[in-house]
Design a protein around this ligand. Structure first.
Ligand SMILES: [Zn+2]
Length: 295
């Protein structure tokens, strides 16, 4: 990796001298220090790292594994004998790396193209059922890759709608904004003759015709859920959206806060999005072990 000066205003940022080293006790590594010849700025290999100034680096990969293995943030803190705020802070660093890896994957797919995409929404809650959230998910049917997932706030529905308005006031829907964000991030990776499948949600056709107008769009009716699969797998024999529903079931079985009938719930939508971003990268690269080959 090429070392450059972290000073953004520096003009000769590639003119770097080695400048000693230091021993990092946290993970027993010797870290190279550098000095910029242009501006005189001193920095080290650790300066640009996601884990800069964080301790207990050795526990990072374990935190990632546990987050994607249905363990709650508080229980991870107990298991690894650390503070729960340490786990929350470490998720920021893990998310940064996950987003970078996902960006690389999307860049690769922009050249390779996805020929069969399925998308849908999954409902979860923010602390109470009266504050629901929607997660829009898109998957590649052929490789089972998760292309993207976007969390958005939605108002309560059904018999809880009235009660929710009385208790928490009017709750705005950001569902369409979430779908816009999802489609904008993945539309370049979809082939122009691709097949797009989803269920019969009323706002989906609008987004498909706006972002993927040349594709073949098929909408299917949802069915009743079977007992296994966390309410995501369907009871009918052949399910045209099986890959998507199966991925949703894996989401629910891997992320503790998405499990049904559980004590653990999301307190902040931002942290849910962060957890999902970490999971997507974990799933794509460590679970189904997809390899990005350079073209
Ligand atoms: Zn410099």
């Amino acid at each position: 990796m090429k070392v450059i000066c972290p000073n953004k205003t520096c003009k000769s940022f590639e003119n770097i001298n080695k400048d000693g080293s230091y021993f990092r006790a946290d993970d027993s590594k010797r870290i190279q220090r550098y000095r910029c010849k242009g501006c005189g700025k001193r920095f080290s290999k650790a300066t640009s790292n996601d884990h800069y100034r964080l301790r207990r680096r050795r526990d990072s990969s374990m935190i990632e594994h546990l987050l994607c293995a249905k363990v709650s943030m508080r229980r991870i803190a107990k298991v690894l004998k650390m503070d729960r705020k340490t786990v929350a802070r470490r998720m920021i660093a893990l998310e940064k790396r996950a987003l970078r890896q996902h960006r690389k994957l999307l860049d690769y797919l922009e050249k390779k193209k996805v020929t069969h995409m399925q998308f849908d929404d999954m409902i979860t809650i923010e602390h109470t059922k009266m504050k629901p959230l929607s997660i829009s998910i898109a998957v590649d049917k052929d490789t089972r890759l998760i292309l993207g997932a976007q969390v958005s706030q939605i108002p309560a529905f059904g018999h809880l709608a009235k009660k929710s308005r009385r208790k928490y006031g009017y709750r705005k829907s950001y569902h369409e904004a979430g779908l816009t964000k999802l489609f904008e991030s993945i539309s370049k990776t979809i082939d122009k003759d691709a097949i797009i499948k989803s269920d019969m949600h009323k706002s989906y056709p609008k987004f498909v015709s706006k972002y993927l107008s040349s594709c073949t769009y098929k909408a299917y009716e949802g069915g009743r859920s079977c007992v296994a699969g966390q309410g995501e797998l369907k009871r009918k024999g052949y399910d045209p959206l099986f890959i998507l529903n199966h991925t949703c079931a894996i989401f629910r079985d891997s992320i503790n806060r998405l499990v049904r009938k559980t004590w653990c719930s999301t307190k902040s939508p931002k942290m849910l999005q962060r957890h999902i971003n970490i999971f997507i990268s974990y799933y794509n690269f460590k679970y189904i072990q997809y390899e990005v080959n350079t073209i």
